[in-house]
Design a protein around this ligand. Sequence first.
Ligand code: PLP
Length: 363
Amino acid sequence: MTTQPTRRHLFGPGPSNCYPEATEALGRPLLGHLDPDFITILDSASDALRTVWGTTNTRTLPLSATGSAGMEAAFVNTVVPGDIAVIAVNGLFGERMCEVARRCGAEVIRVDHEWGTPIDAERVLKAHPSPRVIAAVHAETSTGVLSDVSELGINKGDALLIVDAVTSLGGIEVRADDWGIDIGYSGTQKCLGVPPGLSPITVSERAFKRRVKDPRSWYLDIGLLGGYVGAAQGSSRTYHHTAPVAMVASLEGGLRRILDEGLEHVWARHEAAGQALRDGLQNMGLELFAPEGYRLASLTTVKVPDGVESARVRRHLMGKYSMEIGAGVGRYADSIWRIGTMGPNAQPDSVELILGALEDGIR
Ligand code: PLP
């Protein structure tokens, strides 16, 4: 038997600590996956997801897998061998999109940006005259950078727009319909304040009509999934796979909490926590990594000061404060920290805790 600590402060890039409503739902008596009470919970979660995505898309549902499955679903349902996929890359998750699209047979046109900079919509739009899909990451977790994806939506022409909102949904403004997002996907473990395990996805009618028929993935086929969740509300459900009942209940709990508080209030709470953290870090003499104006409210990236060993500080925070913060990624692995203030952690007390612990750790 291993011993589990009573709690951790999860201030890394995710998973984050959960809303109490999300945790409480995990302990409820288990329901069958076609139980009418479960279907009510699933419908309620899908309705709430429509609100947080800012969409009326019927096909808005939690995929039974993590955020990467949302990414796979987006590409496997939209591209077949030879299709052109223009992908903006400004960090690890843009890179991952390229790999997923390549494996679906797409001819990938990467539009590379310096890591730590936002995407340049004009360059992305000029990369090819008639791509099948254009894809971009809204909130790049590897660098803490926010990009404006709405310009891609306005000028996408005939292409379908795929957007990764894993580190923004539920904490930073996302408006799928207004921004012209055809397929958006996210994860539960970040701003939604729910454990990892589901990928909320939304699919526009346009994308659904133009979907790949008989895609290579049976499990992630949005045509088959629609009959089971979301799309068939009010009609009888057909079995597709056994939904992770407890996780869907947890998601519903987290979403209910967000909507009870008020989505715009939740965005403002994330913004205030992010700002307080950025101010505090700069007051300590530290330098932020992401450029001003493009900094994520939910995830702050900060440079490790000269002469300080990143891993030693992270070990110290874990050992003394039971606190996790993230290292950097790729060539920034040792030179930046990634500090999340997501979901219930987007609060002044969390920010104070982080700043105090970091000051102690760096000393
Ligand atoms: N996209 C982004 C922006 C992410 O931050 C992550 C995970 O951190 C993913 C995709 C992949 O999600 P998961 O790890 O839940 O599969």
